[in-house]
Design a protein. Structure first.
Length: 390
C-alpha cells in the first residue's frame, strides 16, 4: 500500500510561531506575520508539489479566507497538486455546490478533493445564517451529499427532505473525475453520515489506541451500509535531522505562547460543541503545559492555542517515519500534515521523511506515478522504422 501525503494552505496566515484560530476562536496576531496572499500560498503549494505531496487541505470558516476562491486562484500557479477544499454543506444549495465542483474539475484538470465540514459551533453557523442544531446539521449533510452524488452521476434529482428540497436538479456537465469526499467527525451521528457518504474518513491525531477504536467503529458502520472506506489522519509535524533539534523547535514554539492567549483560547474552545474538539482538549488537560508528549513523538502543544487539529509528530526523520508506520498499521492510508512556517516545514518533511518511506516501499512521488501511467507501453517486437524521406 502506497501512502498518500497532503500538505496544508494556511489561509488564516502563517508565521514562525503557531497561528491560532478555528472552532469559534479568532486567528492569533501571529497570522499577520505572513499574510495569506495568493503569491505566498502559491509558493507553499509549489513547494509541496515539488517535494511530493499529493494535495493540500484548505480550511473553512470565518477565521480564514474562503477556500473555494483561494484554491481556484492558487491552482493556476501549480501543475499537479490537488486541492482538498473544506466546505460547509447547507450554506449553498447542493445543486450549486455540485456545479462548482464540476467546474473546478474541468478548469484544473481534475484536481479537486472535497472535505465536508458540517460545522461544530452554533455561534459561527448562525453568523452565516444557519440556525439548525448540530444533529440537524448532520442530517442535512446526509441529504446534501445524496443530492450532490446523484448529480455527479448524471442523474436528475427530486428531493423533498427534512431540510433540503430540490426539483428537477441536473448538471449540464458532470465532473470527470468525480471528486473524492473526505469527512470527519467523532460524534455518533457523524459516524453514521460518514459511513453512508464518505470516500475517506478523517480523524485528528489522537494516540494510536484511540484512533484504532474510532476506526473500528467507522468500519463497522460502513460495513452495515455495504461500503468500505479509506482512512486519513490530520496532524502537524516537526521533523529534523535529530530528535534533539526537533524537540528544541517544539519548545521554541511553546515558549512563544502567551499565557493570556492560551487562557483565552482554551476558554473559547471549552465552549465548543464539537466532540472532536472535546477529545483534543482532553489530550493536554485543558491548557496544561505539563506532559504534552501524550504518546512517543506525539505532542499536544499545538492545541494550546489552536482549535481543531492540535497534535504534532515531533522527532527525528526516522522517528517520525516510524510513527507514520504505526498509524499505517491501523489502516491509515492518507496523512494531512502541516507545520509552522508551512513553507519551510514542507521541505523538512519532504526532504527528510518521504525519502525514508520511499526506501521502504511505502511511498512514491506522485510525479513518478503520473509518469508510469502515461508512459507508452514498450513494444513486444522490435519497431520497424519507415525509410527517411529526403
Amino acid at each position: 500500500m502506497s501512502l498518500t501525503f497532503h500538505w496544508f494552505l494556511p489561509t488564516n496566515g502563517d508565521s514562525r510561531h503557531v497561528v491560532g484560530g478555528g472552532h469559534g476562536t479568532p486567528a492569533t496576531a501571529s497570522g499577520r506575520d505572513r499574510p495569506p496572499t495568493v503569491a505566498y500560498l502559491s509558493q507553499i503549494a509549489r513547494a509541496a508539489e515539488e517535494v511530493g505531496f499529493a494535495g493540500a487541505l484548505t480550511p473553512t470558516g470565518a477565521w480564514c479566507e474562503d477556500a473555494w476562491l483561494t484554491t481556484a486562484m492558487v491552482s493556476q500557479h501549480t501543475e499537479r497538486l490537488k486541492f482538498l477544499v473544506a466546505f460547509r454543506p447547507g450554506l449553498v444549495s447542493p445543486t450549486l455546490a455540485a456545479q462548482m465542483a464540476s467546474t473546478f474539475q474541468r478548469q484544473t484538470g481534475g484536481r479537486l478533493l472535497l472535505n465536508v465540514v458540517t460545522g461544530g459551533e452554533n455561534q459561527e453557523q448562525r453568523a452565516f445564517g444557519d440556525f439548525l442544531d448540530k444533529d440537524s446539521r448532520y442530517r442535512r449533510t446526509g441529504e446534501f451529499l445524496h443530492v450532490v452524488r446523484e448529480l455527479w452521476q448524471g442523474g436528475t434529482v427530486d428531493l423533498h427532505g427534512e431540510h433540503l428540497r430540490v426539483q428537477g436538479a441536473k448538471l449540464s456537465r458532470v465532473p470527470d473525475p468525480v471528486p473524492q469526499v473526505y469527512f470527519g467527525g467523532s460524534s455518533p451521528i457523524a459516524g453514521e453520515i460518514a459511513a453512508r457518504h464518505a470516500d475517506v474518513y478523517l480523524t485528528w491525531g489522537e494516540p494510536p489506541a484511540q484512533v484504532a477504536e474510532k476506526l473500528d467503529r467507522i468500519r463497522s458502520l460502513a460495513a452495515a451500509e455495504g461500503r468500505t472506506l479509506r482512512f486519513g489522519i490530520r496532524l502537524h509535524v516537526i521533523t529534523r535531522d535529530t530528535a534533539e533539534q526537533a524537540w528544541a523547535e517544539a519548545n521554541r514554539l511553546l515558549d512563544g505562547f502567551d499565557p493570556e492567549t492560551v487562557a483565552s483560547v482554551q476558554a473559547g474552545l471549552a465552549r465548543s460543541e464539537s466532540e472532536g474538539q472535546r477529545r483534543m482538549l482532553a489530550l493536554h488537560g485543558g491548557g496544561s503545559r505539563e506532559r504534552l508528549e501524550i504518546h512517543p513523538n506525539l505532542w499536544a502543544g499545538i492545541g494550546l492555542v489552536r482549535g481543531g487539529a492540535g497534535t504534532a509528530l515531533v522527532g527525528s526523520h526516522d522517528e517520525v517515519a516510524e510513527r507514520i508506520k504505526e498509524y499505517q498499521a491501523l489502516g491509515i492510508e492518507e496523512f494531512i500534515l502541516s507545520g509552522y512556517p508551512h513553507l519551510e516545514e514542507a521541505y523538512w518533511f519532504g526532504e527528510g521523511v518521504l525519502p525514508r518511506l520511499a526506501a521502504q516501499g511505502l511511498w512514491r512521488h506522485p510525479a513518478d506515478k503520473d509518469a508510469a501511467l502515461t508512459a507508452p507501453t514498450p513494444p513486444t517486437e522490435p519497431a520497424v522504422l519507415a525509410p527517411f524521406a529526403s
